[in-house]
Design a protein around this ligand. Structure first.
Ligand SMILES: [Zn+2]
Length: 171
């Protein structure tokens, strides 16, 4: 693989800017132990303040059954249909966003149009494989962030997300 370009350094959620429309602000400090059983998925939802409805349970089981991974809404929708979970793409989207707001998932936005949901909510960065439309983790010590800009007045930096775009080497 070659690095085609480093696409984005996103400084998110600067203190003072983030909306306050959501009651809970759990900023991704959940560490899960994978794979999860049905019972642990249920208690994970409860602890995150989400009622364990049948649809949420079914989607969470599919999401967290395979260890840490990155899925798009479309991909999860297809997996749900394959597992005979009758659910619409819109419901999958809503559920993924509810899980994200509750701190159970981390959103990885590659472009405006491509969003992946990461079951690993700890701080880490990603390779985006352009030809495969998939994201994988950059190993923990694989990226060093240099000097960051001073944040705007009265704000603090919460997190830096880096997406490094790669593709197979071209001859
Ligand atoms: Zn990741």
């Amino acid at each position: 693989m070659v690095i085609s370009r480093v696409s984005s350094v996103v400084v998110t959620d600067l203190h003072g800017i983030g909306g306050h429309e959501h009651g809970h602000h759990q900023h991704g400090h959940h560490e899960h132990h994978h794979p999860m059983t049905v019972g642990s998925v249920r208690s994970m939802l409860r602890e995150a303040g989400l009622r364990p409805t049948r649809q949420r349970l079914a989607l969470a089981e599919i999401l967290y059954a395979k260890g840490n991974r990155h899925v798009s809404a479309e991909q999860l929708h297809e997996e749900a249909l394959t597992a005979r979970v009758p659910v619409s793409l819109a419901t999958v989207y809503n559920t993924l966003h509810q899980f994200t707001e509750a701190g159970l998932l981390r959103e990885v936005a590659v472009d405006g149009t491509k969003t992946y949901f990461d079951t690993n909510t700890s701080d880490h960065h990603h390779f985006f494989i352009e030809t495969a439309n998939s994201v994988i983790d950059i190993p923990g010590d694989g990226l060093v962030i240099g000097d960051l800009p001073a944040p705007p007045e009265d704000m603090e930096i919460v997190r830096v997300d880096v997406v490094v775009r790669v593709r197979p080497k071209q001859r």
